[in-house]
Each structure stands twice: as structure tokens, then as C-alpha cells.
Design a protein around this ligand. Structure first.
Ligand code: SF4
Length: 225
């Protein structure tokens, strides 16, 4: 109710020609400008790198590629999600997590009050492995520098690894997913959590209750930032 009245009041001010309102403790226009400039820098850098790597042929996955899937989301996201690799829908569109698994991921984020635009999502490999097989060690190693570069630019505060492939690759430990979920890790100095890949949840809906526990944990950490 209160939110609705505030929204209506803001709409009224906007219609009255008032574009900016500053509360005490709020960022000044010059601080805001600086933030916008920084956001642009991050976005421009990521988009320049995406362009640079678009025709990469460092591993054999380029041969079956329709679209290179670099990553999507807020270039300054506090939470970055990392999956395994593009599937058929991603390969067709060039966007990450847009198929059924992507739709489930969107719902999972909504459940912890986050939209896709507030996070950044990328994969271990940027080109689709044939028949959705797991990426091979040499493919992961060839592609990993691109992901590390993305992480360095975005500088998230929390990483959430989706599935065992992402966890085994980045944490360099071979554990069952259940064991990965029980521990908090650090990757590139960033607090790192592991949960199920949404594709695994589509195949095993009974695991959603465990993923929900992981998401709530991440939400707590996110809210405390
Ligand atoms: S998966 Fe990565 S390393 Fe392999 S061709 Fe695609 S962009 Fe290059």
C-alpha cells in the first residue's frame, strides 16, 4: 500500500516536471555520474571482449558453433552465476540460459527477489558442446581465461556455481554435488557457493527443495553485502 502511494507520488512529481529528488545520505549528482561512467566502462569492456572472442577457435567447439555465448546481465553485478555451457537455444540465440533451464533459473532468481538484470550469468565454455555433452578438459582449459577475465571486470561479491561441471572446473576438486553444496569456497578471492544446475532440477524435480535451501543461503549473503 505504502509502496503504491510512493509510486503514485513519484509519478505525480514526474508529470509535474520534477525529474530528480535527493534524500539526505543519497549519492550527489556527481557521484551518480561517476557510477554511470563506471558502469559504462565495465559494459564497454565486456562488449569489446565479446566482439574480440566472437570468432575464437582455440578449441574444437568452434566447429559446431552457430552463436558464441559470452554472458549476459549487469556488468557490475554483485552476484555472478556460472553454468556449464550453451545448449541448443543458447547456440541459436547467442544468449546464455534462455531455454527451459534458463526459464527455471529466472524463476529461481525471482524466488529470492532478484531479476536476471541484477545478476551476471556466464558459462565455463562459450560454445555449445555437441549433443549437450560435458565439455572436455581441454575445452574447459581453453575457454577458462575468458571467464576469469569476465570475473575480474565484473568483480562480483558472490559466485554461485550451477552444477558439478562448473564446481569441479573452478574449485579443482572432484566431489559429488551434495558435498560441494555443504561448503563455502573461495575462487579468485570471491565467496563461492554451489547449487544444482537448473537442467538437473528439470530432470529431478525432487531436488528443488535442496536448491531452495542453497538459494536462501545466497540470498542471506547477498542481503548482507
Ligand atoms: S569454447 Fe571457448 S575456447 Fe572453445 S572455441 Fe568457443 S570460445 Fe573458443
Amino acid at each position: 500500500m505504502l509502496q503504491k502511494s510512493i509510486k503514485q507520488y513519484l509519478e505525480y512529481l514526474k508529470l509535474s516536471g520534477i525529474q530528480d529528488i535527493y534524500f539526505s545520505g543519497q549519492k550527489t549528482p556527481s557521484q551518480k555520474k561517476k557510477k554511470v561512467v563506471m558502469e559504462t566502462d565495465h559494459a564497454e569492456l565486456l562488449s569489446a571482449l565479446e566482439e574480440k572472442y566472437r570468432n575464437c577457435n582455440k578449441c574444437s567447439l568452434w566447429k559446431g558453433r552457430n552463436k558464441f555465448c559470452y554472458g549476459n546481465g549487469d556488468p557490475q553485478a554483485k552476484l555472478m552465476l556460472i553454468g556449464e555451457g550453451p545448449g541448443a537455444d543458447e547456440d541459436r540465440t547467442g544468449k546464455v540460459f534462455v531455454g527451459r533451464a534458463g526459464q527455471l533459473l529466472t524463476k529461481m532468481l525471482q524466488a529470492i527477489n532478484l531479476s536476471r538484470d541484477e545478476v551476471y550469468i556466464a558459462n565455463i565454455v562459450k560454445c555449445r558442446p555437441p549433443d549437450n555433452r560435458n565439455p572436455l578438459p581441454e575445452e574447459k582449459q581453453a575457454c577458462l581465461p575468458y571467464l576469469k577475465e569476465q570475473i575480474s571486470i565484473i568483480q562480483p561479491k558472490i559466485l554461485l556455481l550451477l552444477g558439478r561441471v562448473a564446481a569441479v572446473t573452478l574449485l579443482e576438486t572432484d566431489l559429488p554435488l551434495k558435498a560441494f553444496r555443504e561448503t563455502e569456497y573461495e575462487f579468485m578471492g570471491i565467496r563461492t557457493f554451489v547449487t544444482y544446475h537448473p537442467s538437473a532440477l528439470l530432470r529431478n524435480p525432487g531436488w528443488k527443495k535442496f536448491a531452495w535451501i542453497d538459494l536462501q543461503n545466497v540470498q542471506r549473503e547477498y542481503q548482507s553485502l
